[in-house]
Write a protein that binds this ligand. Sequence first.
Ligand code: HEC
Ligand code: HEC
Ligand code: HEC
Ligand code: HEC
Length: 203
Amino acid sequence: MKTRSLARTMLVLVALLSVQCLSAARSEAARVKEFDRSGKLVVVEKTGADLMPAYNIKNKQPENIYPVPRPPFSEGVFPCSQCHSYMKPNPKRRVLTDYHEEIVLHHAEGQRWCTDCHNLLNRDKLRLVSGELIDFSESYRLCGQCHGDKFRDWKVGVHGKRTGNWNGDKQYLLCVHCHNPHDPKFKPLKPLSPPERPGSARH
Ligand code: HEC
Ligand code: HEC
Ligand code: HEC
Ligand code: HEC
């Protein structure tokens, strides 16, 4: 007798649970408009699972986890705040004479100035157009704002240099390991004189 009533209680429980599950699934379901194969607009019922976003390979990695070696700063220049935290920031476009004289902008210089990339108040950070401040180890995000095609190629290892396993640890070189951010265009190589033929050397 006892086991019968226990079984009945179980049955009721299972029934209750499945009703709950069904209604949960229904609450996520929705009627959506869609084009069918013949191109006609139809209303179809979709379940919660149907409506879940598809796995997107592009979103596999968040933007900021590309492992890179340390940025190629000149000796002693970083942190920038060792000088700049004691200086009044000067956003004025001008020829620098007291320091950084070697930096001459030749990178769409008509349209911008140092502080479009370097944050005026915290010189240890780079600045994106959105106003977001990023570390120098993420400078590829700065470049990627305008050179989206190269940035995409770089991420998949087509442009620049990526080492490591295709499915394991990878290391990327920063854009600035190869391009000078202030003057990024590669200079044409100076042609060398052809090798001399042995025996033709005149003495
Ligand atoms: C297109 C964006 C951009 C502009 C414009 C820009 N910089 Fe930079 N600058 C960078 C990036 C990125 C680095 C980081 C290079 C690295 O990681 O070694 C850098 C590095 C530097 C450094 C360190 C250089 C070194 O020798 O290691 C100094 C100093 C500097 N910038 C000053 C300036 C000044 C001054 C200006 C304006 C005349 C300027 N920058 C304009 C992006 C920019
Ligand atoms: C040894 C001190 C020193 C260090 C280190 C230094 N700066 Fe400067 N920086 C200066 C001086 C001095 C000036 C002003 C130059 C002038 O007005 O002719 C200047 C000017 C600038 C300017 C122009 C805007 C302004 O506020 O005058 C930028 C941008 C800049 N520095 C970026 C950097 C960055 C980025 C770094 C680090 C990568 C850095 N500096 C490291 C001394 C330094
Ligand atoms: C605000 C937009 C902008 C940002 C940010 C930017 N660039 Fe550029 N870049 C340009 C424009 C515009 C040109 C073409 C004009 C010129 O060369 O002066 C250019 C030219 C170049 C070139 C030369 C292409 C050629 O063959 O002439 C290279 C290489 C380059 N950028 C690399 C970089 C790197 C590396 C960074 C990051 C440190 C960067 N850019 C950040 C706008 C940008
Ligand atoms: C391992 C070195 C290396 C790295 C890292 C690298 N580049 Fe380049 N990049 C090159 C070379 C080499 C060229 C070809 C230069 C030429 O053809 O004159 C080039 C060309 C370019 C050009 C000009 C292309 C054109 O069509 O003329 C741009 C813009 C550029 N790179 C941006 C970037 C950006 C942005 C990054 C980082 C996301 C990056 N590069 C990383 C080496 C590199």
